[in-house]
Write a protein that binds this ligand. Structure first.
Ligand code: SAJ
Length: 430
């Protein structure tokens, strides 16, 4: 039974995983090269906004079962959970994974289990074997190697880490079994084992499926706009079919997973991934489409004062990484002189500019509200709310179909909803 674990990478996946192992009886060393991350954790804080994470990490640290350091030590198992971003030409950047694997070479001992968690291109786990063998040990004979990707939704990470079924791929069947046994420490979902290449493919399939589905929803939205049909009503009705599950149109696809993972497949098989690449093109063009749609909805206002509500890449997270809402704002900036930005959860922009959290103050004198991310605070906003009292105009432009248009209309607001019968005018600059 493995008792000591070293987790490399204390980000959105590595930190919850390290704390989960530590609070389930394992002795865990969390390793991160970012001194600020280590200092934050040692101060009993966490650098990520995830419900429940701070208290889980604090209890893991207080128990002494979780410690954090800048470099690994000898352990029975190693979990690599470092970033796998895209390079400048949309190629997978595996440098963090390779560096993490190289850093293990001095510490590996016979009987060790090495687990890759980072979402990676097909074949990565097998390629890691040659890096790990720089230790002089043989993968398969001396050490075991497996792939165990996460399937957790930001905002529900701790619950989903435990409850979700997990796919684990082994460099060898023995490695898959050993890895499955280790994750049964806290996973109550089913653990499904296979080979590493299949598990790598499965992970990429899951997020690519979502990206293609969202692209379809976004195209349906554009067609509905052109034909003055309510796309959301049509999608709800189509989803009544027992085998149809169309997702929601919006300003685009953000985050570091769904917008990234399809490129791992496209890079591996450029000639066999035309649909995948076309879906990426649709989703990447959606912020521009939505910006034109917003401008069309404001075309009758001279010198409008506009409030943007929601900058995070999705609802109820504070993460602005690759946010389509931020891209829409960038597209609007040179068309709207007075653009005020608010996010219910994030307190600063990617460039570090601080955001004013006082919504009432921000809305004072505003002609129109544009909702780009459907945080709960906005979904629950009543048209009678006093924070709206200082507005100069009564227009709400809802890019997420997240408010009750009938309720707001009856309260004297003019509501425009993306996908409900209005099409961007072609003359507006792209
Ligand atoms: N989106 C739509 N319409 C939809 C659903 C999503 O426009 O109907 C947009 C969102 O606004 C967002 C983007 O797509 O911009 C992606 O959101 P998502 O909820 O589909 O997925 P993510 O990006 O939160 O993916 C996360 C990832 N996990 C982590 O970041 C730790 C991913 O690896 C997981 O597989 C995924 O959650 C999941 O659903 O499990």
């Amino acid at each position: 039974m493995i008792q000591s674990i070293c987790v490399l990478g204390l980000g959105y996946v590595g930190l919850p995983t390290a704390a989960m192992f530590a609070t389930h009886g394992k002795q865990v060393l969390g390793v991160d090269i970012d001194q600020e991350v280590l200092a934050t954790l040692r101060a009993g804080k966490v650098h990520l906004k995830e419900p429940g994470l701070e208290s889980l990490v604090k209890s893991a640290l207080a128990s002494g079962r979780l410690t954090v350091e800048p470099s690994p030590v000898c352990a029975e198992a190693y979990v690599i959970a470092v970033p796998t971003p895209l390079g400048a030409s949309l190629e997978p950047d595996m440098s963090y994974v390779e560096a993490a694997a190289e850093s293990l070479a001095p510490y590996l001992r016979p009987g060790n289990l090495v687990i890759l968690e980072s979402t990676s291109p097909i074949g990565t786990t097998n390629r890691l074997a040659s890096i790990l063998e720089l230790s002089g040990l043989s993968v398969g004979r001396d050490i075991l190697l497996a792939y165990s990707p996460e399937r957790v939704l930001p905002g529900r990470v701790l619950a989903e880490l435990v409850q979700n079924d997990r796919v684990i791929g082994g460099h060898s069947p023995e490695a898959a079994m050993a890895c499955a046994e280790l994750y049964r420490t806290f996973v109550t979902g089913e653990i499904l084992t296979t080979d590493s290449a299949t598990a790598e493919f499965v992970k990429l399939m899951e997020n690519t499926y979502r990206d293609v589905n969202i692209a379809l929803a976004n195209e349906f939205c554009r067609i509905a706009d052109a034909h003055r049909i309510d796309a959301h009503r049509a999608i709800r009705l189509a989803n009544c079919h027992p085998r149809v599950d169309i997702l929601k149109p919006g300003p685009g696809v953000g985050g570091h997973c769904v917008a990234v993972d399809p490129w791992f497949l496209a890079h591996a098989a450029p000639e066999d991934s035309r649909l995948i690449q076309a879906a990426r093109a649709v989703n990447d063009s959606q912020p521009g489409y939505v910006a034109r749609w917003v401008l069309e909805a404001l075309a009758d206002l001279a010198e409008p004062v506009i409030a943007i509500l929601g900058l995070a890449y999705k609802a109820d997270v504070a993460d602005l990484r690759e946010s389509p809402a931020v891209q829409v704002v960038e597209a609007l900036r040179d068309q709207i002189a007075d653009l005020r930005l608010h996010d219910a959860l994030a307190d600063k922009l990617p460039n570090g500019d601080r955001l004013d959290g006082d919504l009432a103050k921000l809305l004072d004198g505003v002609d129109a509200i544009v909702i780009l991310t459907e945080h709960e605070e906005y979904r629950r906003l009543s048209p009678a709310s006093p924070v709206l009292g200082g507005m100069r105009g009564r227009r709400v432009i809802d890019a997420r179909d997240c408010i009750d248009a009938a309720l707001w209309t009856s309260a004297g607001f003019e509501v425009r909803t993306l996908g409900v019968g209005s099409r961007p005018i072609a003359s507006v600059p792209a």
